[in-house]
Design a protein around this ligand. Structure first.
Ligand code: IMP
Length: 191
């Protein structure tokens, strides 16, 4: 079986390959990083569906996409679906710095946040979706150089280090993306 992952984000592609290799060893995962339609949805699910439907239509193959982001409790769930362009740019460091500045007066005990990932899978058999949530808190300053995006400012629950200070195998065994992709793998293995 061949699946196509609709993403232009090499970090996401590497994480998903690592997770699926272990869960679905017989399945080949290609990536489609061509032009993607505008993400006009108002939820992670709507945006994941837009990306997965587009690639299924273009390739005729079973396709999946992830839409993900970070939700900060005291900010009412923002940046949420706007995580990738929170500062008006797609630059990870600029986005992180803006988030840290917005939270500068918020004390350690009120900085709860979660990474959220919704995966949409679209095939001739229909559409399904899976969501993973990784709870934690926003650090007082950026630390670590692993991962991508908001990893240097996210301290997963139960840890004192940021996601960017964790080895990739550790992040990929518990992250929001791991939780959503493993649900998809369980679904596919039952087909
Ligand atoms: P998307 O490509 O539209 O789904 O945007 C996802 C954005 O959310 C990324 O650009 C990152 O800023 C953030 N994000 C999602 N997942 C992660 C993660 O695993 N680590 C750090 N940032 C993430």
């Amino acid at each position: 079986m061949e699946l196509i992952f609709a993403t232009g984000n090499q970090h996401k592609a590497n994480e998903v390959q690592q997770i699926l290799q272990q869960r679905l060893p017989g399945v080949t995962v290609g990536t489609y990083d061509g032009e993607s339609p505008a993400e006009t949805g108002t939820s992670f699910l709507e945006n994941a569906l837009i990306k997965a439907r587009n690639v299924h239509q273009l390739t005729g193959k079973p396709a999946f996409a992830d839409d993900s982001g970070i939700s900060v409790e005291v900010m009412g769930g923002a940046p949420g679906i706007f995580s990738a362009i929170w500062s008006g740019t797609r630059d990870d460091e600029t986005n992180r710095n803006l988030l840290l500045a917005q939270l500068q007066d918020i004390s350690v005990e009120h900085r709860q946040a979660s990474f959220v990932c919704t995966v949409a899978f679209v095939s001739d058999g229909g559409e399904v979706s899976f969501t993973g949530v990784w709870p934690g808190a926003i650090a007082l300053e950026a630390r670590g150089d692993g991962g991508f995006g908001y990893d240097p400012v996210f301290i997963p629950e139960g840890f004192e280090v940021t996601a960017a200070e964790l080895p990739a195998e550790v992040k990929n065994s518990m992250s929001h993306r791991f939780l959503a992709i493993t649900q998809m793998a369980d679904y596919l293995s039952q087909l």
